[in-house]
Design a protein around this ligand. Structure first.
Ligand code: IVH
Length: 683
């Protein structure tokens, strides 16, 4: 019994640590701990709580994994209705909105004496609105918008979102409002959505049409354990109710309070003045739209002064003090005219949709990817069908759905060719793979072209002036069969090609000459080994230092490299054990391709054989930078301290790892000593 207070404190401390890391990771986007370390602390907490269930608190991070399924969602009335917003679509509509609110304010006796009205602008996130109620700082209820008056209680599901605080953060134990109702959007970032769909495609499971549907489907799970596995995020955009003492004058200040209490608010939130300020904001955000990590469907423009908001009030189901400026839709309807099969660098034969051209979010789209044959079966799509396509961000446009009600009578089914449309080689499907592949290898001009395009691309050999059209001609005229042939080209051969003359031919030869000086990382990337992208190539170069070493590595050694899993390791191993590829390598080197030998062999590096651990926060380096520098000196950097640890670097506020290192007698140094050590090795 006497142990209990101690244990309670220990648990509180663990929770505090985990909550802090989770906040840094999910709200600030600035992780402070390696994932493995977080997982270790998390398991420690889980184990302790399993032994002492009576000590579990509702805001424990373990409570975010979901709990037993519900039989249905309770119906809950909103204390303050959740309304919708009016829309404007262009400059004219925006101007009319500003004029209208100015008039309404004047009518209310709030003449704006030469002062331009202040607005707070935010992106209109394309997800689902939810309301969260906090009592004395604790999350007690989460509800969907529903019809605006009544929603569904989805508290358990919302608790699984790491960007929703279970209890409000309070700096220096400042008091918290007795009541707080926060509203905001739950959404799925684009990359996470694509990754989830890709997983589903591989597993032959149902895919979602867009991130919004994926977010909706994930929130509507009666089993919150499923919601917990979905990459959902929450961004707050409104305080709907707050205890009197905490009320502030502007929307911007209210958002600032939410930020301090641990909510994520939009990084693009901005206060502007008058019509021109609004227009500039909408234009700037529209220009950024494709680069944002999530879908938005417009901008929300709100009068900043909360007193003015209250005075203006509502009309029908919309606030008078706000509107949304809508951007063009990311989904449009069109017709599938034909399906062609493209052959990629690795021989994958991919169906590509030819569409009746249509404008989608400001861009004309006439092609879309169909991924693979499984996708075609899943979509039940046929040539001639009416389809909904989606273009968002930099992602290639996709067909998301067939409009079956609008299927013409004469549609045709889509059939995978049995031989390569380019070289006529046999097409086959490898066991367990979704892709069909042309077996022609570099005999296939399509694969040859793609291999050369990849070789010449910016992140590989970066050969200026060697564009796609020129590569097509070089391969079609059989002047180039492999990348090494590029370096054997003569001015006369090039000058005779279409759209080439002596000057451009000479320029290209010069660019080829320049490209011979490269780096090992670029060279490895340029080889086009399956699944080896820029980052993996750089890791391989850093780890092995020399091409010769890489040619002889085993799968086990490859698995030691960051980011290299069993499949990638197998691809790399297979590549360097294929005699044909080794000839290609020799051929390239014989053309004079070279790189600086910056890397000494690993055995000769100063920290080879040592395992280092980093803990606490550092002033001059991020954790990743320190890790990279230590690895460059040959050290292995691990996540936890053990007997085998050679050295611990303890930054500020180092905790359990420092204690453990001291108890095991592991040498400890501080940031300053680390900086000195790094400087002594790098000069
Ligand atoms: S404010 C009273 N701000 O847009 C109006 N709404 O039609 C309160 N939405 O489904 C809404 N981003 O979920 C507001 N930054 C933002 C928003 C936003 C997205 C959604 C909201 C609702 C719809 C309003």
């Amino acid at each position: 019994m006497s142990q209990l207070p101690l244990l309670t404190n220990g648990l509180a401390d663990l929770r505090k640590q985990l909550n802090e890391h989770s906040y840094r990771y999910y709200v600030l986007d600035d992780p402070s701990l390696p994932d493995a370390e977080y997982d270790r602390l998390f398991r420690q907490l889980q184990a302790l709580e399993a032994k002492h269930p009576e000590l579990i608190t509702s805001d424990s991070p373990t409570q975010r994994v979901g709990s037993t399924p519900l039989s249905d969602f309770p119906s809950i009335n909103h204390q303050v209705p959740m309304l919708s917003l009016g829309n404007v679509f262009d400059a004219e509509g925006l101007q009319a909105f500003v004029k209208r609110v100015e008039k309404e304010l004047t009518d209310l006796g709030r003449a704006l004496l030469n002062e331009e009205l202040e607005f707070c602008c935010e992106p209109k996130l394309d997800g689902l609105a939810v309301s969260l109620i906090y009592q004395n700082g604790q999350l007690v209820q989460g509800v969907t918008r529903g019809d605006g008056q009544t929603g569904e209680g989805i508290t358990e599901n919302l608790k699984t979102l790491r960007s929703i605080p279970l209890s409000l953060r309070s700096a220096d134990n400042q008091s918290l409002p007795e009541l707080l109702e926060v509203r905001g959007e739950v959404y799925m970032p684009r990359a996470a959505f694509e990754a989830m769909n890709e997983q589903a495609r591989l597993a032959d499971e149902k895919t979602f049409a867009n991130p919004r549907n994926a977010a909706a489907g994930s929130l509507r799970q009666l089993d919150s354990r499923i919601t917990a596995t979905r990459p959902l995020e929450f961004t707050a955009y409104q305080v709907a109710q707050i205890s009197q003492d905490f009320a502030v004058e502007t929307h911007e200040k209210a958002m600032q309070s939410l930020k301090n209490w641990g909510f994520k608010i939009s990084p693009d939130l901005k206060v502007v003045k008058g019509y021109s300020g609004l227009q500039n904001f909408c234009d700037a955000l529209a220009a950024k739209r494709d680069q944002l990590p999530y879908d938005i469907d417009g901008a929300v423009l709100k009068i900043n002064d909360l007193r003015l908001q209250a005075e203006l009030g509502f009309r029908a189901r919309e606030p008078r003090w706000a509107t949304s400026f809508k951007y063009p839709a990311q989904e449009e309807i069109t017709r599938l005219l034909d399906v062609e099969f493209q052959v990629g660098r690795t021989g994958a034969v991919t169906p590509v949709a030819r569409l009746e051209p249509v404008q989608v979010a400001g861009v004309t789209v006439s092609n879309a990817t169909l991924h693979n044959m499984d996708e075609i079966v899943r979509l039940e799509v046929r040539i001639g069908d009416t389809v909904i396509i989606r273009r968002a961000g930099d992602v290639i446009p996709q067909i998301v759905r067939v409009v079956l009600e609008q299927r013409p009578t004469n549609t045709q089914s889509i059939i995978m060719p049995t031989s390569c449309p380019i070289c006529d080689s046999h097409v086959e499907r490898a066991e367990g793979e979704a892709a069909y592949r042309c077996t022609g290898g570099l005999y296939c001009p399509a694969q040859r072209k793609e291999a050369i395009k990849h070789f010449a691309s910016r992140k590989a050999f970066d050969i200026e002036g060697l564009g796609v059209k020129l590569i097509d001609q070089l391969v079609d005229n059989e002047l180039v069969k492999s990348p090494a042939d590029l370096y054997k080209l003569k001015v006369e051969q090039l000058a005779n090609l279409e759209r080439m003359a002596e000057k451009s031919a000479n320029n290209l030869l010069e660019a080829l000459e320049v490209s011979k000086k490269t780096t090992l990382a670029r060279f490895i990337y340029a080889l086009g080994i399956r699944e080896v992208g820029e980052a993996t190539a750089a890791n391989l170069a850093r780890y092995f230092g020399q091409l010769e070493t890489l040619k002889q590595v085993s799968v086990e050694q490859l698995l030691d490299v960051d980011d290299v899993g069993p499949i990638v390791a197998q691809h790399i191993y297979a590549f360097f054990n294929e005699p044909h590829n080794l000839t290609t390598l020799d051929d390239l080197l014989a053309q004079g391709i070279h790189w600086p030998e910056t890397q000494v062999r690993r055995e000769d590096l100063p920290l080879t054989g040592q395992t280092w651990v980093l803990t606490g926060s550092m002033q001059n380096l991020t954790r990743d930078q320190a890790k990279e520098k230590l690895e460059a000196l040959g050290a292995k950097v691990a996540g936890s301290v053990s007997k085998k640890t050679s050295q611990l670097v303890a930054g500020e506020a180092a905790g359990s790892k420092l204690t453990k290192a001291e108890s095991l007698g592991v040498p400890v140094m501080d940031e300053q000593q680390l900086l000195e050590l790094l400087a002594s090795h790098t000069g």
